[in-house]
Design a protein around this ligand. Structure first.
Ligand SMILES: [Zn+2]
Length: 169
């Protein structure tokens, strides 16, 4: 029986796909009604160090009133990568961070750099709403020497352009 190459044979891209798929899975644990994001941190041996999704701080009530009021929500919510970094308890030096469905915002990028993450992998996303922020993150990663890998765009979230429109019509 032919076995799938795991470890020596599997390409980096293959592992990136697996961990991005895990980040996607974790994103669905979020209670945010509009944007669900997930993060996975793995160490140099590809062991999962931490997981995170976007949500309110532990013990803070995630009521529909708060979740459905964007302004309030943005002030209260902890982004997925910040949760992942916090729960990793300092074990993030030299790690790779996977985020889904898009790369990190600039404030998170700063924390990622300070946490010692050396590589970030996320799907490419061209949403104009986030473009200036992503540009800033890219600049910061470049200056700080964090490798950024953007994979093919994914179909996700309410605001993404549905690329398969017409295919099933
Ligand atoms: Zn962020």
């Amino acid at each position: 029986m032919k076995r799938a190459a795991i470890g020596t044979g599997a390409s980096v891209a293959n592992w990136d796909e697996r961990f991005l798929a895990l980040a996607e899975h974790v994103a669905h644990w979020s209670k945010d009604p509009s944007t669900q994001t997930g993060a996975v941190i793995v160490d140099a041996n590809r062991r999962v160090v931490s997981l995170g999704y976007n949500g309110f701080a532990r013990g803070v009530d995630d009521t529909p009133e708060r979740l459905n009021d964007r302004e309030t929500k943005y002030k209260m919510i902890v982004h997925c990568e910040r949760n992942a970094i916090l729960f990793a308890s300092g074990n993030t030096a030299g790690s790779t961070l996977y985020t889904w469905p898009f790369m990190s915002c600039a404030p998170c990028a700063a924390m990622i750099i300070q946490a010692g993450v050396i590589r970030c992998v996320a799907p490419q996303n061209d949403n104009p709403r986030w473009a200036p922020d992503f540009l800033l993150s890219k600049e910061m990663f470049k200056e700080a020497g964090v490798e950024l890998v953007l994979t093919d765009p994914v179909l996700a979230n309410d605001w993404l352009i549905p690329m398969n429109v017409g295919e099933h019509g």
